[in-house]
Design a protein. Structure first.
Length: 333
């Protein structure tokens, strides 16, 4: 009886798309999503429909503002969300999640890599595994450069196996399905600089994954520099909680025990006449190693202090404003 009632329910889906450089690809993505406006049926027989698409303009470039305005003006179910400045992909996604109203929230990229045809499969996985969060798990090689693919694999491995708890995600991706209440709650309390998937891991246990095929980007590949990749990774580490600090503590204990052991060994050898204590080279190397480890530990602590200070000073995650065109192109009389 309960199962029949669940199958007869039509789930509403809000799709959130951060927009920065999507002038060439957004029309095609929205056109595909328009085919899901009518009630659809998943492979498991559940019914859903896309009720709204939220295009979050993150102070984009190359005509993205005009494209967002045009798409929203053509279809009322396409809703623009205008940000006051470029906050980044994760804050823009949070802004869209806050503004959503569907039973479920789907987040996806603007470049056409994510096939909307898999939304039904994501929904089936959520109900089958009774989970509030489902990540798309690519079955094919991501369509990026060697540097970005390698950095992505390393980052995801550290996130899954080191930085989050045992009931955290086994993989993560920007193509994800989130229960509406959970997504909007995360968007309401997440602080500045928080990595979105870390914030989701705080409120959702045992998320699932759904296999999908990734498509080629419908535009030239994004140019991620080494500096941006390192910055992205460091933000993930700092927002993941206190595990890095625990690593620093364990490293300090390890060096203390190592130094204590070497001191005991040297004292015994000196007393029994086995060695004459000497070796400036060894002392120099030891000072370099311990000094480097100390500076590394202080660097991690300083990053945590900086993140805490940023939140304490009230830096917003995002700020939603009205259409810039209404402000600057059509000022009030």
């Amino acid at each position: 009886m309960t199962g029949d009632r669940q199958l007869s329910r039509v789930d509403s889906v809000s799709v959130v798309i951060p927009v920065y450089n999507g002038a060439a690809t957004l029309p095609g993505v929205v056109k595909e999503l328009a085919q899901l406006r009518s009630t659809q049926q998943t492979r498991d027989g559940r019914e859903f429909r896309v009720d709204e698409v939220l295009l979050v303009w993150d102070r984009g470039i190359r005509g993205s503002e005009e494209v967002v305005r045009e798409l929203a003006g053509h279809d009322e179910w396409v809703r623009p969300v205008w940000l006051s400045r470029n906050f980044g992909q994760h804050p823009a996604t949070l802004a869209g999640m806050t503004s959503s109203g569907g039973d479920w929230i789907v987040t996806m990229d603007e470049d056409g890599q994510h096939d909307p045809g898999y939304i039904g499969d994501l929904l089936d996985t959520a109900y089958r595994d009774r989970t509030q969060l489902v990540y798309a798990s690519p079955r094919n090689r991501p369509p990026h450069g060697v540097l970005r693919n390698a950095a992505s694999r390393i980052t995801k491995w550290l996130f899954v196996h080191v930085l989050v708890s045992s009931d955290g995600p086994s993989a993560f991706n920007s193509y994800r399905l989130i229960l509406g209440e959970a997504g909007r709650s995360v968007a309401a309390y997440a602080g500045a600089g928080v990595f979105l998937d870390v914030a989701l891991s705080w409120v959702v246990a045992n998320p699932s994954t759904c296999p999908v095929m990734m498509r080629q980007e419908g535009r030239p590949a994004s140019a991620y520099t080494l500096r941006r990749l390192v910055s992205h990774f460091w933000r993930l580490v700092i927002s993941s909680g206190t595990r890095p600090l625990r690593f620093v503590s364990m490293m300090g204990i390890l060096f203390a025990l190592l130094g204590f052991g070497v001191a005991i060994y040297s004292m015994i050898q000196k007393l029994v006449g086995g060695i004459t204590v000497q070796g400036w080279t060894s002392v120099f190397v030891a000072v370099l190693v311990v000094g480097g480890a100390t500076l590394f530990a202080l660097g991690i602590i300083a990053e945590y202090i900086a993140a805490s200070a940023t939140m304490a000073m009230g830096k917003p995650v995002y700020v939603i404003v009205r259409d810039p065109g209404d402000t600057f192109d059509n000022p009030a009389d």
